[in-house]
Ligand binder design. Structure first.
Ligand SMILES: NC(=O)C1=CN([C@@H]2O[C@H](COP(=O)(O)OP(=O)(O)OC[C@H]3O[C@@H](n4cnc5c(N)ncnc54)[C@H](O)[C@@H]3O)[C@@H](O)[C@H]2O)C=CC1
Ligand SMILES: O=C(O)C(=O)CO
Length: 326
């Protein structure tokens, strides 16, 4: 099979020796991201399988229709809105699900954001490298503070479960079933979103992005937070209303923010307004990017290619595409 990997800007296919997971296949890897459709068509000409790493490249209908040889899209992690599955199905292209992210990585990244913010680690390290010593005090200790969890699903629960080890009270808000589960797990539940934002000292959001949750965190929610509170977004930037976090930080409520995700990824311009705040910790979507996680992702992704070639459709999300003539 002729396989093309796009957007491998961390050079993981080579580092993890993914070629050894394939036998007799022709593998071409691109280490940069291009947006130009003609260049993408050129890169994918003749490819029977393409590996899409997360949502770095969008495979839309127009592009799909220009790739007559394509049979399989193998996604690193879950296929999302970046691949037009309906168009793939119509054109006889199977789409393979690379599985969910590796939860411990995202939970650890959430706590890394919280701890580095509370201790002002990033800011003080920058000061130290510039020859200065203890330029400000940390925000304070987690013990005795309230950890607000907005969205008590897979990751929200895992993040919540660590709070008590730091002596934190956990306060949860979310949808029906998840709230009952949080209460059964022994956590306080907020009567509504407003109460959660008002009461939390550290507020971490763990919602999935969909049409119901897009922009669900408003400027008013943020401005209702305490002056020394920390707002943490390891989930999706678009959960927050456009521009609201920057405006809230300008107005001083919440006093601190830590984010892993942005509206424009993978490249964040140096002029991005969040980068101007010393009281904001900004990470480049590290919640899934570590050696353990990538070993898992790529072994599933390339395993899915081998399985497809062997006629196994277990991880194919549109099995009806298999065998359909193009
Ligand atoms: N930074 C990173 O690298 C990573 C980020 N993520 C992101 O983390 C987020 C959470 O992922 P999971 O825990 O797997 O999701 P999940 O689907 O397990 O949990 C989401 C929770 O939000 C609740 N919810 C849904 N609509 C709601 C609403 N309108 N109001 C309140 N609660 C609502 C659901 O009931 C559910 O309990 C997602 O946005 C995901 O994309 C996931 C992996 C890695
Ligand atoms: O799986 C997710 O939702 C992630 O953010 C990792 O890309």
């Amino acid at each position: 099979m002729k396989i093309v990997v796009l957007d491998d800007y961390q050079d993981e296919v080579r580092t993890l020796d993914c070629a050894s997971l394939l036998a007799g296949d022709e593998l071409t890897v691109y280490n940069d991201t291009v947006r130009d459709a003609d260049e993408l068509v050129r890169r994918l000409a003749g490819a029977e399988a393409v590996v899409l790493i997360r949502d770095r490249t969008t495979l839309d209908r127009a592009l799909i229709e220009r790739l007559p040889a394509l049979r399989l899209v193998s996604c690193v992690c879950r296929p999302g809105s970046y691949v037009d599955i309906a168009a793939c199905t119509e054109h006889g292209i199977a789409v393979a699900d690379g599985g969910p992210g590796y939860s411990p990585a995202t939970v650890e990244q959430t706590w890394a954001l919280i701890l580095s913010s509370m201790r002002k680690l990033g800011l003080e390290e920058r000061q130290l490298r510039a020859g200065r010593w203890q330029t400000s005090l940390g925000i304070g200790c987690l013990a005795g503070r309230t950890l607000g969890i907005y969205g008590y699903g897979r990751l929200g629960k895992m993040v919540a479960d660590i709070g008590p080890a730091f002596g934190m009270r956990v306060l949860v808000s979310g949808t029906g079933n998840s709230i009952a589960k949080a209460a059964a797990d022994g956590y306080d539940t907020a009567p509504d979103k407003a109460a959660l934002f008002r009461e939390a000292d550290v507020l971490s959001i763990h919602l999935r992005l969909n049409e119901a949750t897009r922009g669900i965190v408003t400027l008013d929610d943020l401005l209702s937070m305490k002056r020394d509170a920390l707002f943490v977004n390891p989930s999706r930037a678009e959960l927050v209303a456009p521009g609201a976090l920057v405006e809230a930080l300008k107005q001083g409520r919440p006093g601190y923010a830590a984010v892993d995700v942005y509206e424009e990824e993978p490249v964040l311009g140096a002029s991005h307004p969040l980068l101007a705040f010393d009281n904001a910790v900004c990470a480049p979507h590290l919640g899934f990017a570590d050696r353990d996680s990538y070993e898992r992702y790529f072994s599933i992704t390339f395993g899915n290619i081998k399985a497809y070639a062997a006629g196994d459709t277990t991880n194919i999300v549109n099995p009806e595409a298999c065998g359909r003539a193009r």
